[in-house]
Design a protein around this ligand. Structure first.
Ligand SMILES: Cc1cc2nc3c(=O)[nH]c(=O)nc-3n(C[C@H](O)[C@H](O)[C@H](O)COP(=O)(O)OP(=O)(O)OC[C@H]3O[C@@H](n4cnc5c(N)ncnc54)[C@H](O)[C@@H]3O)c2cc1C
Length: 433
């Protein structure tokens, strides 16, 4: 069926910090380990491009350990289907790969959440993490005015990064209130590493207005963005800018765990203290189990790797760190919950599904995600609902009821090679869902 096939004792999907830590720990126990990521380099959202194993950074140290561990790295490969238990199918640049495993560790990370508002589809309105990634890949940002808006700690990390690279930041707009931000800051008191990070950010962002309880209501421009209107406490203000970097915290990538049948609750993959999912021999680590940042990803990855390799003596210190990191994740969740006012952002003509050009008014005619998909093609385009799905979940309280293969758009040849799997045939006809 597949052009090439590879077998592993333990297969890790996702090469961010969680996946790298899992692969290192499992391989150091002697297991035959494969680690797969759809990007050309490992490192995930935070370490991509700096996980070269030569330097002294934390990323470089994990990359060096991974290199020494002899785990097989499979980069530029995207897993899109599980035709039967123990076998995954993935696509490379121009081949189809069959990946066989005894045990599986899912470390598929998270993505930014976008909310639609008038003008959000204009060129130069971008995800905050997306703009950062483009600057890392060479987009010139020196001297550009970048308004940063939305919610979550990523906004601050991106603002600091862009400023360091010469951008002017007229304002950082955070929809959470001072009250909840203060409570969150106080809860960090027992975590010196986080306090240090916060102090560093405060220093790096000195002089930039940071406005809680504010959010973007419209982006304006003829052909490209030239200003953005922000709702501030009691008034609105329109600010000229070259870019709007905008994201509303993160959404866990749970499509693959859902396809496999892992138990999901409140949008998160359920795991026990050994990172075992509800399915035998399938583990999950990092952001799909809760948005918790780098430390949570690393500690969960280590535990998952050791547990999958049947290590009975996992250091107790890891479990203590895991508990602490989970507490931090719950705090993030509480603090950066979206305020109900944001549900009023889209106007009837505002595009919600940008792949299929579906405006808000068309979606409001339906009562569920499934009905809207069938009648309007919302969520049926190339992103497969990864952008409009979380938006409609918040705006209209719709829940995607199931995930069907392929979890990512796949080439026709790949689909044709597996047409003996009837569910896949169905999804080809219906556009992938
Ligand atoms: C856009 C963005 C930017 C971020 N920037 C920062 C930052 O600057 N600073 C900061 O502190 N935190 C940042 N974060 C948060 C950071 O990603 C997390 O704190 C942490 O790194 C999560 O690690 P992880 O291993 O769980 O996931 P990730 O780092 O997201 O790694 C998951 C990897 O799995 C891959 N993957 C997913 N599905 C498949 C599949 N089916 N097949 C193959 N590969 C797959 C993904 O492409 C990704 O490379 C960012 C998050 C996002 C979404």
């Amino acid at each position: 069926m597949a052009a090439t096939a590879q077998s592993f004792d333990i297969l890790v999907i996702g090469g961010g910090p969680a996946g790298m830590a899992a692969a290192v720990c499992a391989a150091e126990c002697g297991a035959r380990v494969g680690i797969v990521d759809d990007n050309p380099k490992l490192g995930g959202q935070i370490w991509r491009g700096e996980s070269d194993h030569q330097g002294k950074s934390e990323a470089a140290q994990w990359a060096a350990r991974l290199h020494r561990s002899r785990a097989t790295k499979l980069c530029g490969i995207r897993v899109f289907h599980q035709p039967q238990a123990g076998i995954l199918l993935a696509e490379g640049n121009d081949d189809l790969i069959e990946l066989r495993y005894e045990k599986l560790i899912l470390a598929t990370g998270a993505r930014e959440r976008f909310l639609p508002f008038p003008g959000w589809t204009l060129p130069n309105v971008m995800g905050a993490g997306g703009l950062q990634a483009m600057v890392k890949s060479g987009l010139p940002i020196r001297g550009k005015r970048v308004v940063i808006a939305g919610t979550g700690p990523l906004l601050l990390a991106v603002a600091a990064y862009l400023r360091k690279h010469g951008a002017q930041i007229p304002m950082i707009c955070e929809q959470a209130s001072w009250g909840s931000l203060t409570a969150f800051a106080l809860s960090l008191a027992g975590q010196p590493r986080k306090v240090l990070q916060a102090l560093r950010l405060k220093r790096d962002l000195a002089g930039i207005p940071f406005i809680p309880k504010s959010w973007p209501v419209a982006a304006h421009g003829q052909g490209t963005l030239d200003k953005v209107t922000i709702a501030l406490p009691g008034r609105t203000e329109t600010i000229p800018c070259d870019y709007l970097a905008c994201g509303f915290h993160l959404v866990p990538n749970i499509e693959l765990p859902m396809l496999l049948g892992c138990q999901i609750r409140n949008g998160l993959v359920m795991v026990d203290e050994l990172q075992r999912t509800s399915l035998p021999d399938i583990f999950c680590a990092g952001e799909p189990t809760g948005i918790g940042g780098l430390e949570l990803a690393l500690v969960q990855g280590q535990i998952a790797g050791l547990a999958a390799a049947n290590q009975t003596s996992i250091p107790q210190g890891l479990f203590r760190q895991q508990k602490k990191a989970r507490r931090f994740a719950r705090g993030l969740d509480r603090t950066f919950q979206l305020r109900p006012e944001l549900r009023t952002l889209p106007q009837p003509e505002t595009i919600v599904c940008r792949c299929e050009d579906v405006p808000f008014s068309r979606l409001r005619q339906h009562t569920s995600w499934r009905a809207a998909k069938l009648q309007s093609r919302c969520g049926m385009g190339p992103c497969q609902g990864r952008i409009c799905g979380p938006a409609t979940q918040f705006l209209l309280q719709w829940n995607p009821d199931s995930v069907r293969p392929p979890v990512f758009p796949a080439r026709v040849e790949s689909l044709a090679a597996i047409t003996d799997h009837s569910e896949l045939v169905g999804s080809v006809v219906t556009g992938g869902q």
